[in-house]
Every structure is written in structure tokens, then in C-alpha cells.
Design a protein around this ligand. Structure first.
Ligand SMILES: *Cc1c(COP(=O)(O)O)cnc(C)c1O
Length: 358
């Protein structure tokens, strides 16, 4: 008999989520964090005011149905409220979805490399991750994903723009794919970065929801809306799935502060999206500079870029650390750099000069 409480083997063997690191201090340099795709700007004063007001009621449990936010989202996206389910960040919602659709041994298909949270939450629910390699250019291989469908498949995740490559899936190609996926398999399109997307040929998840009864989208307030610390995201999709997602929610998971800040952010969306436009412009500039330095990188439609540095990834990450910049390394593969403050990106470019030809 073991001399300590037993943990499910799948949990014991689980790597803990590697969050983007803070930049370590370097004398004389302001540190910058470009490792978590966060919005670099502080909350709007109007949103901060709502947060301060909401804080006066934190002695009470929040509205378990997240009514006001659900209403606001239904109005914004022109769908009935029962097609919406909110949760503690879109990762929280994604976990609720898996708990709702996958039994132990069932299969969850997603592209790889993609979002770090997918394998973790798939394993937590006891399901089996089926990872389909991205193409050489960092895109989803939809044909291979379709080929991987079996009797045990319960969920297919499509991440567009994809984290960490920034590539988008083409709308017509995904539509074609969806006509071939069995109708009892849920397909979730993770649109965490959709507000940064400027490719008009790419997936419009909300249109696909209307055409296919087994399709849903995941959205978040963490990136474009700048509320990462408040943990609020949502699902829009089939009624029965939305209902199941509400059942698997942690009770009172979405705080009143998060819900009210999200409603206010929708109200001040125009101002927030001006900031998004600035980041998109900065992304173009950064990509141009990287190309000039001789780097070959996929075009990003998100608030980060992917540098496929292969074996030289760690070396580059160390160079950035010397400059008080943290980026997100994937050892042996490449590095993801968030589009944050311009001085930070300039410092990254300085760290890269000469690197390509060493
Ligand atoms: C950042 C991110 C999310 C958002 O996570 P939250 O839990 O909403 O903060 C979801 N999906 C992907 C692919 C992401 O990169």
C-alpha cells in the first residue's frame, strides 16, 4: 500500500502548465514581458471605474447565471441567450466542454503544435489527445485531421489564428471539412485572437455556427479586451452543448467584477479596438523588420509572431533575457514573441541583429 494519498496516474504524469515568464531584471533596463500574448495597455479608465464599483459587492456571491453579460453577448452576436455559456476564461470553458462531451478513452483531435492547454485539459478529463502535426508552413492539416476521426472521436478543436504560429484556417476549406465530419462530433473553433485577424479569407466561426449544428466557437476577454487577470471567456454554439457547459461550470466561477468589466468592455469596444488596430500595425512593422533581418516566418494574424529557430531557440531566448525581455520558448522548435510595447520589440530586433548569420 502506498504511504500517501493516491493521485490518478493521468494527473501525476501531467506536466504543469508552463505560463509565460516575467522578464528577469537587468540593471539599467526596463523589463518587458512578451511571453503570454497579453494586451500591453492598461484598462480603460471607464472599465476601471466599473471594476471599483463592482468590488463593493464582493461579499456577496455573484449572479450564477451571469445574466447581464450573457444578454449583452446575445445582442452583440445576434444569437439567442441559450446558445451562450460563459466561464472562467476560455480555457475554463474549453475544460467544461471536454467534461461535457468526452468520457475516459474518448478521443479529442487538435492540431499540434497548438495551444498548450489542449493536451492538459484533454488528459485531465481522461480523454485521449490525438495530435495532428501542422503543415510545414504552420497551418492546420485538415485532411489529416479528418482522417484521424474514429468511433471514439468526440471533439475536434480548431485554433484560428493558431497559437503559437499565428496562421489562420481558410473559411471555405473548413466548411468543406465540416461537411465531412459526422454530426455527433462537436467541432470547436477557438477564436481567442480573432480580433487581431485581418485575413478576409479566414474562418468566420459565427457564420459556421449557423450552418452546422455541431459547431461552436470559443472567445475570450483576455487578449483584445485586455482582461486576462479577470478570467472570463465564453462559448457560442449548439443549445444542448451550451446547456451542458453551464452544468459543468465551477459554481460562481465568473465573478461579478469579471462579468461587469466584460459588459463595460463591450460597451467601450470601439476604443478598445483602436488599440487592437495599433497592435496590428505594430505587428506588420515587426514582421517587416524580421523579414529584413533575413528571418523566414509565417504571416501572423494574432498578437504575436512565431520565429521557427529550431535548435537555436534557447540561444535566442537567452539573448532576449540578457536584454530584460521574456519571450515564449518551445525548445528545439521556435519562439513566440507577443506584440507588446514598441521599445520591447525594438530591443528584440537588436538582440536578433547578427544572430541569423552567426
Ligand atoms: C490565450 C488563449 C486563450 C484564452 O485563454 P483565457 O482562458 O480566456 O484567458 C484561449 N485559447 C488560446 C488558443 C489562447 O492562446
Amino acid at each position: 500500500m502506498a504511504d500517501q494519498p493516491r493521485i490518478r496516474p493521468v494527473i501525476e504524469n501531467l506536466p504543469t502548465y508552463k505560463a509565460g515568464k516575467k522578464a528577469a531584471g537587468v540593471a539599467g533596463l526596463e523589463p518587458y514581458k512578451l511571453s503570454s500574448n497579453e494586451n500591453p495597455t492598461q484598462p480603460l479608465p471607464a472599465v476601471l471605474k466599473v471594476i471599483a464599483q463592482a468590488a463593493l459587492e464582493i461579499n456577496r456571491y455573484p449572479d450564477p447565471f451571469v445574466t447581464e453579460l450573457t444578454k449583452a453577448l446575445a445582442a452583440k452576436f445576434n444569437v439567442a441567450e441559450n446558445f451562450i455559456a460563459t466561464g472562467t476564461g476560455s480555457v475554463g470553458v474549453c475544460q467544461q466542454i471536454m467534461q461535457a462531451v468526452a468520457d475516459p478513452g474518448d478521443e479529442v483531435i487538435y492540431a499540434w503544435r497548438s495551444f498548450e492547454a489542449y493536451p492538459i485539459i484533454t488528459k485531465i478529463v481522461g480523454a485521449k489527445p490525438v495530435e495532428i502535426p501542422l503543415t510545414k508552413t504552420g497551418a492546420h492539416d485538415l485532411a489529416a485531421m479528418l482522417n484521424a476521426v474514429t468511433e471514439r472521436t468526440r471533439l475536434i478543436l480548431i485554433c484560428t489564428p493558431n497559437n503559437p504560429t499565428g496562421c489562420v484556417v481558410n473559411h471555405l476549406e473548413l466548411k468543406e471539412f465540416l461537411t465531412k465530419v459526422p454530426k455527433d462530433i462537436l467541432v470547436v473553433i477557438d477564436e481567442a485572437y480573432v480580433e487581431f485577424n485581418r485575413d478576409d479569407q479566414s474562418v468566420v466561426g459565427l457564420d459556421l455556427i449557423k450552418e452546422f449544428k455541431n459547431v461552436g466557437v470559443l472567445r475570450t476577454f483576455s487578449k483584445a479586451y485586455g482582461l486576462a487577470a479577470l478570467r472570463v471567456g465564453f462559448f457560442i454554439g449548439p443549445e444542448n452543448v451550451a446547456e451542458a457547459v453551464r452544468k459543468t461550470a465551477v459554481p460562481f466561477g465568473v465573478s461579478n467584477i469579471a462579468a461587469e468589466a466584460a459588459v463595460a468592455s463591450l460597451e467601450f469596444e470601439e476604443e478598445l479596438f483602436e488599440r487592437v488596430a495599433d497592435l496590428v500595425e505594430l505587428r506588420s512593422w515587426f514582421e517587416e523588420q524580421l523579414t529584413k533581418l533575413g528571418f523566414d516566418l509565417p504571416a501572423s494574424q494574432a498578437n504575436f509572431v512565431w520565429l521557427p529557430l529550431g535548435d537555436r531557440t534557447d540561444e535566442f531566448v537567452a539573448r532576449c533575457a540578457d536584454q530584460a525581455i521574456s519571450v515564449r520558448p518551445f525548445s528545439g522548435e521556435g519562439v513566440r514573441i507577443s506584440i507588446g510595447e514598441k521599445p520591447a520589440l525594438e530591443r528584440v530586433l537588436n538582440a536578433l541583429r547578427g544572430f541569423n548569420t552567426l
